[in-house]
Design a protein around this ligand. Structure first.
Ligand SMILES: Nc1nc2c(ncn2[C@@H]2O[C@H](COP(=O)(O)OP(=O)(O)OP(=O)(O)O)[C@@H](O)[C@H]2O)c(=O)[nH]1
Ligand SMILES: [Mg+2]
Length: 243
């Protein structure tokens, strides 16, 4: 197989779920393109490929609109990590994660990792508001603009405690022992796709955590193949026959 083809094959799958308008696509744009761009509501789904060290991670963006709900479990099939996203200014968007989206993750891997993400934190917390809040801007340092009036701060409808409670609920739904899982503190994030706040931390934490899944998948793949160039690699069963 040509090297170029081999390096583009995804090693692991991460899926982002959540109600329409919570900012799933914007989070992916921010992370992959370092930009906050205009979006249109996602139709069906889309995927991004991210190289993480020697590995390729596919990140699946899904549509939050009800009419595409049926596709969700298909996108989650075989996922190593799922990002459950809500909007911190919209309580209903958190409720929907429990009511509508959690069951879609039944098709994910048994050892799937969950992150709970409250996006649009720039709307409720002044410390999240950065200089790069005005549209398409990249990674480069932006000039600090002093605004005569700071943007209005909206009411935060979902607290961090609410998100942590949802994380506990997810673990119970999955039949997992809380003590044996990653702590809620580490897996609940508040982000802003608009300013970039916590976005890298979210994705990079998850990517580090899915590495064991990649290694497991690779070793399972390797044990079921035979390297024809190395006679030592031919596997034999107990009776000495080729396996
Ligand atoms: N203030 C603010 N607005 C945001 C943020 N993220 C997204 N938005 C805005 O929220 C709206 C919806 O963003 P999308 O990224 O399209 O939302 P989505 O979750 O992908 O929506 P669907 O594709 O319909 O499921 C857009 O107007 C974005 O500009 C954020 O962090 N802060
Ligand atoms: Mg979208």
């Amino acid at each position: 197989m040509p090297q170029a083809t081999r390096t583009k094959k995804p090693d692991v799958k991460v899926v982002i779920l959540g109600d329409m308008n919570v900012g799933k696509t914007s989070l992916l744009h921010r992370y992959t393109e370092r930009k906050f761009k205009d979006t249109i509501s996602t139709v069906g789904g889309a995927f991004f490929l991210k190289q993480w060290g020697p590995y390729n991670i596919s990140i699946w963006d899904t549509a939050g609109r009800e009419q595409f709900h049926g596709l969700g479990s298909m996108y989650c099939r075989g996922a190593a990590a799922v990002i459950l996203t809500y909007d911190v200014t919209n309580w209903q968007s958190l409720a929907e994660l429990e009511n509508r989206f959690l069951s879609l993750t039944d098709t994910a891997n048994a050892d799937c990792i969950f992150a709970i993400v409250g996006n649009k934190a720039d709307l409720t917390d002044t410390h999240v508001q950065g200089p790069d809040t005005d549209g398409e801007q990249g990674d480069e340092p932006q000039p600090v603009v002093t605004c005569p009036t700071s943007p209005a701060v909206l009411h935060k409808q979902v607290s961090r405690e609410d998100a942590i409670a949802l994380y506990s609920h997810v673990l119970r739904y999955k039949g997992l022992e809380e003590k044996a899982c990653l702590p809620a503190d580490k897996m609940c994030f508040e982000t802003s796709a608009k300013t970039g706040y916590n976005v890298d931390a979210l994705f990079e934490t998850l990517f580090d955590l899915v590495l064991p899944s990649i290694l497991k998948k690779r070793s399972e793949g390797e044990s079921s193949t035979v390297d024809l160039e190395s006679p030592m690699a031919v596997k034999t069963n107990k009776a000495g026959c080729c396996a």
